[in-house]
Design a protein around this ligand. Structure first.
Ligand code: 5GP
Length: 120
């Protein structure tokens, strides 16, 4: 649990059901939901339920069960959303150089159409 984690960030509020989200998948460790401002025909966000500010915190501090559960949930959600055959992209912005806006670790799942190059 991260000392400098902001408990009032948007995703923390979604986890506490203070804000609504269109949930695709949920278990003890993970929540997957629709991005409110989609950048592709399918744009999902996967978040662990733990208090991790970014991938840096998650990779340094999460337990093996949380990490496995997180990646399994991403694969399951992508298959469930029909992204497997066409293909899809996973992205996580970590910190300020990447332009991370919400300070709760999340992975973007993008697909449903041909995506442009990741750096254009
Ligand atoms: P970041 O820029 O931190 O990598 O991505 C944050 C993502 O959160 C953006 O894609 C943005 O559209 C999404 N987002 C911001 N506010 C909300 C919200 O209130 N609900 C949902 N579902 N997504 C949000």
């Amino acid at each position: 649990t991260e000392i400098n984690y902001d408990d009032n960030n948007i995703f923390a509020r979604i986890l506490r059901h203070e804000l609504n989200a269109d949930v695709i998948f949920e278990n003890e460790h993970v929540l997957v939901f629709q991005d409110k401002f989609p950048q592709a025909r399918v744009h999902l966000l996967a978040i662990p339920k733990g208090r991790y500010r970014s991938f840096d915190d998650f990779s340094a501090h999460a337990g093996q069960e949380e990490i496995v559960s997180f990646f399994q949930a991403i694969g399951d959600s992508a298959r469930h959303a029909g992204l497997t055959h066409g293909g899809y992209r996973l992205v996580s912005n970590c910190g300020k150089n990447a332009g991370q806006e919400v300070p709760h670790f999340h992975m973007h799942i993008l697909g449903g159409e041909a995506l442009g190059p990741i750096i254009s």
